[in-house]
Design a protein around this ligand. Structure first.
Ligand code: SF4
Length: 342
């Protein structure tokens, strides 16, 4: 496999690739983000340090392969806190939880380990701050997503969720001059921009976060697809159907006119998709492990896409520290070196 930095002037075009020279463009950055790495490490360290069972509220990250792997190691995934026996240890997923969940955990005397991504926590803190300042809050995101459920719970009495421009038109607030907005971390950059634009037209004095809430990983993976999609006849996004950021990557590709599909693994590829295609771009959502990307690339190689070129659109070197509960637990167990999570 060759690796190149993306040169926008280079001729990576689908049209230019001869039918005999079928190739894969493997986008970078792709796959695990810092929040997902941290969340998975937390579950693995907790299992090694405390032993099974460790309860995890909701999917730790939205990927079936990851969840199954951790379940095999002894993690027990539950939907609600009420399913965790009193006094047991529970891990909150990377998507965060509402204060009501924290209260419930306290009432049941649970030992909590918080794997909420720090970039989601940042949005929670902003929600609390705006609510305390008396703003009506507009939360841009998908109502059924775990992250929105958690953020909404910070100030439910003053928060309304919108997921498209039409819903902005229908918004009603007590004081149109005292409105703030926040967004889910894994939205489409284009869609969020349009919704924020509509909000600013409706509420000219609306305020927002200091820096955008859409996280670096979501943005970088979308930018990579945007840069490469026009050079490919097909974009394959490795990720699970409930992964918000993975779905957005497919949308970015389709909005640019390139056919895109979300696939959990190579078994989800319909061979008909590859007919007449000489260049396939492959990326992965922030919760999809590299082993599944390798599986897809191997399938494509066996299907005649002999050349695999990694296209690095931008470098990405973000890491998050572990939460105090885990650092403390590692210390109690002996030393950090005694716990191997890889
Ligand atoms: Fe955190 Fe972004 Fe990864 Fe979500 S996608 S876990 S917000 S870094």
């Amino acid at each position: 496999m060759t690796t190149t930095a993306l040169d926008p002037t280079s001729n990576h075009s689908q049209a230019a690739a001869s039918p005999d020279h079928k190739r894969v463009l493997l986008l970078k950055p792709r796959g695990f983000c810092a929040g997902v790495v941290r969340a998975i490490d937390i579950v693995k360290i907790a299992l090694e340090t405390f032993g099974a069972p460790i309860y995890v509220r909701r999917e730790i990250v939205h990927n079936r392969y990851v969840v199954n792997e951790l379940a095999e190691k002894g993690a027990i995934f539950v939907h609600e806190i009420e399913e965790v026996p009193d006094g047991q240890r529970v891990i909150y997923s990377a998507h965060g939880v509402s204060p009501a969940v924290r209260e419930m955990s306290k009432a049941r005397n649970l030992k909590v380990i918080d794997a909420t991504c720090p970039l989601v926590t940042k949005v929670h803190i902003e929600a609390v701050k705006f609510a305390k300042q008396g703003y009506s809050l507009v939360l841009i995101g998908h109502r059924d997503h775990d992250e929105i459920e958690g953020t909404l719970g910070e100030a439910p009495e003053v928060t309304q969720v919108v997921s498209n421009v039409a819903e902005v038109d229908a918004l009603q607030v007590p004081d149109p001059d005292h409105v703030a907005y926040l967004t889910q971390t894994t939205l489409s950059l284009d869609e969020a921009r349009d919704i924020i634009h509509a909000l600013k037209l409706k509420f000219p004095n609306i305020v927002g976060p200091h820096s955008q809430d859409i996280c670096y990983a979501t943005e970088n993976r979308q930018v990579a697809v945007r840069n490469v999609a026009h050079n490919a006849g097909l974009v394959l996004v490795v990720g699970s159907t409930n992964s918000s950021n993975s779905n957005r990557l497919v949308e970015v590709s389709r909005n640019l006119g390139t056919v895109g599909y979300l696939i959990d693994n190579s078994q989800a590829i319909d061979p008909a998709w590859l007919k007449g295609v000489s260049t396939v771009a492959v990326t992965a959502g922030a919760s999809a492990p590299e082993i599944l990307v390798e599986d897809v690339v191997n399938y494509l190689r066996q299907s005649g896409f002999a050349s695999v070129e990694e296209v690095e659109v931008m470098p990405e070197n973000v890491r998050f520290g572990l939460p105090p509960e885990i650092i403390q637990a590692i210390g109690t167990a002996g030393s950090a070196e005694s716990v191997s999570v890889r």
